[in-house]
Design a protein around this ligand. Sequence first.
Ligand SMILES: *[C@@H]1O[C@H](CO)[C@@H](O)[C@H](O)[C@H]1NC(C)=O
Ligand SMILES: *[C@@H]1O[C@H](CO)[C@@H](O)[C@H](O)[C@H]1NC(C)=O
Ligand SMILES: *[C@@H]1O[C@H](CO)[C@@H](O)[C@H](O)[C@H]1NC(C)=O
Ligand SMILES: [Zn+2]
Length: 569
Amino acid sequence: MAGPGVKLLLSAILVAFAAFLYTFLETPFNSIVFEAKNSNPGPYTPHNPSICPQVPALRPKNHEIEQSILSKTSLESYHKNIITRLTGLIQIPSESYDDLGPIGLDPRWDIFFSVEAYIKKEYPAVFETVTLDHANTHGLILTWEGSVPPDKAKPILMLAHQDVVPVLPETVHEWTHPPYEGFFDGEIIWGRGATDDKGYMISLLESLDLLISSGFKPKRTVVVAFGCDEEISGENCGRPISDFLHGRYGDDGIYLIIDEGSVGIQQEFNRSFAMVSVAEKGYIDVSINVSSTGGHASNPTEHNTIGILSEIITAIESNPFEGKVTAANPMFDFLSCAAVHAPKSSFPGSIRSHLAQIASRNEKAEQDLARELDSLRYYFRTSQSVGKISGGLKINAIPELASAMVNLRLAVETSVSAVQAHYEALISPIARKHNMTLEGFNSPQASQSTSTNPRKISLSAIDALEPAPVSPTTGETEPFSILSGTIKRALRPLSANEEDLIVTPYLMPANTDTKFFWALSRNIYRFTPINLVENLNRAHTVDEFIRASEFVREPVFFSTLVLNADDAV
Ligand SMILES: *[C@@H]1O[C@H](CO)[C@@H](O)[C@H](O)[C@H]1NC(C)=O
Ligand SMILES: *[C@@H]1O[C@H](CO)[C@@H](O)[C@H](O)[C@H]1NC(C)=O
Ligand SMILES: *[C@@H]1O[C@H](CO)[C@@H](O)[C@H](O)[C@H]1NC(C)=O
Ligand SMILES: [Zn+2]
């Protein structure tokens, strides 16, 4: 698909986006202007049990195994051990680059052999117990077979990725501790991958190790898979892993999928929430080419390709996608949870009253609330960012081609085709005005460079991805209840004066490897069991770190999840 140059640029855009994203995640709701209104809040009132119902903490039926895991993981020596295992993994610089060639040809992939060797060395009991399969060499699939066949008890799948975002050489000196030293200062573990995603990866392995050493024998098969290219396309491991598992378990063959999340545990409106991302925004890179005949600059046309492309970009930027908070967006569910579970005085009355109106599909309320939550606008609208432009080679020649690339993140309610239609509607009058042919997204000529008319505007979509289907969050016996009950059992709120965590649906504004797994399960949840606002805001940038006190609790969460999912067989 996209050539190396394009990919490099895209990665720059992605990194910039991620940095921006994590910056604004730091204090998402702090900048909301509270504007008191006294309209009818409907059911969105504190303590209403019908909105955002919470399940009780779910205690595994096998108390002995849970107890054994809890006592092991409370030991200082255990903490030391798991921290050392993580720092050792951080010391392997498993960077994934946008211009990587195929696995087997490009030697830069070989670092992933070291990752595999390392985890095998650190977790001998795990690798004696599971079957290890390789998807495209570096995609690792660990299967711990249950006593009940997968068609009677669907397997649970837990994902993490081995690769990290490259450290730019010119930023190495900005790190407090070198990015691949894996330095532990007694409180914080520093290094590239600490949160994204090696802490998660080690926690998954630890959870298996703890279960094995406690004598657990699963009924439900447990699958753990590690991608090698989540930070680039996912095509080299993410997709092959999904194909492998789909071949084995078929459509809807997985009980529940858990992968890294974006916010984890966070305090908003004076209440601690466990934010489980139940959907992801979609994605497209739109390529726009304006071509015409060239000529000498002494005899120019009034508008050449650069001028026309500028007109297109101006049109795109002056017609941004509309922001609205609809009931289809998991963020609506989050706000509903907050309206009901946050202290009354900490939740803005104006948001509260909008919720009831939005629930009854009041379009004006949808737009008003999006405006009010402007600091979070990209959770509620399709974003567009012109990231690349080129055209013209020589000052005295009329440019024959001018092109631009726009990166879009699609709001949950929209679709690739709706976004394409929006662009075609914006650009088509410009084409007409300049007597140019418009080759739209679905035009057969779009891929052929040798069209008959040299005066044309061509559009194409690269890496188009629909917004993810929203995973279910209701139903008492559904996997989401098992996950919620596990969160309540294994994790704690951020303030000592809070009784419990509120589990809430949330939206992932970026994409994970789960984008390849939609056919395998409806129940896809992206959740990292730590306070990511304090930690992940450094992911993809300098000084990535994880707080040891939170990291050492992660394996308890994952092993409890396996136990609870097993009890549901
Ligand atoms: C949270 O509670 C504290 C006191 O308990 C209060 O001072 C503060 O204003 C509250 N914050 C919000 C956002 O309501
Ligand atoms: C528009 O372009 C066509 C060729 O595609 C040409 O025949 C026609 O004369 C042009 N019209 C104007 C108004 O320039
Ligand atoms: C635009 O031109 C570039 C370079 O010739 C080409 O790779 C790309 O496919 C073109 N895009 C469209 C939409 O025609
Ligand atoms: Zn990640």
